[in-house]
Design a protein around this ligand. Structure first.
Ligand code: UFG
Length: 343
């Protein structure tokens, strides 16, 4: 594939750009004509054979690497995806999360500011809200995260507000609801070692005729299982493009929810996967997973009004079929077959 950026294209540094949401965004930024530098430590051991970005293997807080990147390139903005992402794990091992997702992000911000890079797009999460006091969740909802993962995201959001005041760092913080699906045809998708996410695990259970575990069915929801707002990863990627345009045009910073406003229960997702694969999935119900709120559904009207963001790919069938498409790819990938076969 020929790269589309020209000599004068703005250069964007994308940490975690070889990961799930980061790679979809990096690809879209490239398609929009930006020069993309990906900094990723490849801890998921993922293969990443794409020539549309410059890929640097390293830690996002490695000051030597960052100094070199910022000295050698005129970085216009940083998009920061690299983070640990498992709510349940964060409850069991909080220090791992505070160290990686907070302390190291502060290091990254410090080097950015030293080099006078003043635009930052942050991968935040609906996990900052905690137990909903009303639904759907808008950006003004009280922030009472119930797990260290969400607390880390909130600490960085607060830090960003302070840096906006002290250093004029302009930022957009995008609060993702449940990212899902994949981009057809680009070998990009959800690929985690020790997968914990609902949709890939369900697809694997269906394909391998294994039992899928629902974590709790005694929640006060429509059918007792948790309800989530699934938003297609390509729609999330698009929001990053719009967020950067917003920072280019405005002298302010802001926070936006990214969801569809539709909540699906875990049991509804099971039924939808069964329908698509025309199969019955064996189910068992176990106790609740620590740190899981019963319902998370977004009010994204602010992103719609200010960024002109509208989800285009997020209907459930498209999410599931595109996720299945990628699951079929990684099933054949030698680097990954062991992990997937193990399931
Ligand atoms: N679930 C099961 N069984 C499984 C896996 C998940 O029942 O084997 C349930 C979970 O308990 C939860 C729902 O499916 O109720 C969704 O779980 P995921 O692990 O797919 O997603 P989470 O909602 O826990 O987490 C995701 C992202 C986080 C983000 C969070 C916000 O991974 O980064 O959404 O809620 F912060």
């Amino acid at each position: 594939m020929n790269t589309q950026f020209s000599f004068n294209s703005p250069t964007i540094l994308i940490t975690g750009g070889a990961g799930y949401i980061g790679s979809h965004t990096a690809f879209l930024m490239y398609k929009k004509g930006y020069k993309v530098i990906i900094l990723d430590n490849f801890w998921q051991n993922q293969s990443f054979n794409h020539n549309w970005a410059q890929v640097i293997k390293g830690d996002f807080a490695d000051k030597k690497i960052l100094e070199k990147i910022f000295k050698e390139n005129q970085i216009d903005a940083v998009m920061h995806f690299a983070a640990f992402i498992e709510v349940g794990e964060s409850v069991k091992n909080p220090l791992k999360y505070y160290q990686n997702n907070v302390v190291k992000t502060l290091d990254l911000l410090e080097v950015m500011l030293k080099h006078d890079v003043k635009k930052f797009i942050f991968s935040s999460s609906c996990a900052i809200y905690g137990i909903p006091q009303y639904l759907p969740l808008d950006e003004n909802h009280p922030k009472n995260p119930i797990n260290p993962y969400g607390k880390c995201k909130l600490i960085i959001e607060e830090t960003l507000k302070d840096l906006y005041n002290s250093h004029n760092l302009k930022f957009v913080s995008l609060r993702y609801f449940n990212a899902a699906g994949s981009l057809f045809g680009e070998n990009l998708g959800e690929r985690h070692l020790n997968e914990t996410h609902l949709i890939p695990l369900l697809l694997r259970a269906a394909k391998k005729n294994k039992t899928f575990t629902i974590f709790g069915d005694g929640y006060k929801t429509k059918d007792g299982s948790c309800v989530r707002d699934f938003v297609h990863v390509s729609d999330i990627a698009q929001a990053h493009v719009l967020a950067l345009e917003y920072l280019n045009k405005n002298e302010c910073s802001d926070f936006f929810n990214l969801g569809t406003g539709n909540g699906f229960s875990v049991k509804e997702i099971v039924a939808a996967v069964e329908k698509i694969l025309t199969t019955k999935i064996k189910i068992k119900v176990e106790k609740r997973r620590e740190g899981d709120p019963a319902i998370l559904v977004a009010d994204s009207s602010k992103a719609n009004e200010i960024l002109n963001w509208k989800p285009k790919y997020s209907d459930l069938e498209n999410i599931l079929k595109s996720a299945l498409h990628f699951e079929n790819i990684i099933y054949k990938d030698k680097n990954y077959s062991e992990e997937v076969q193990k399931f």
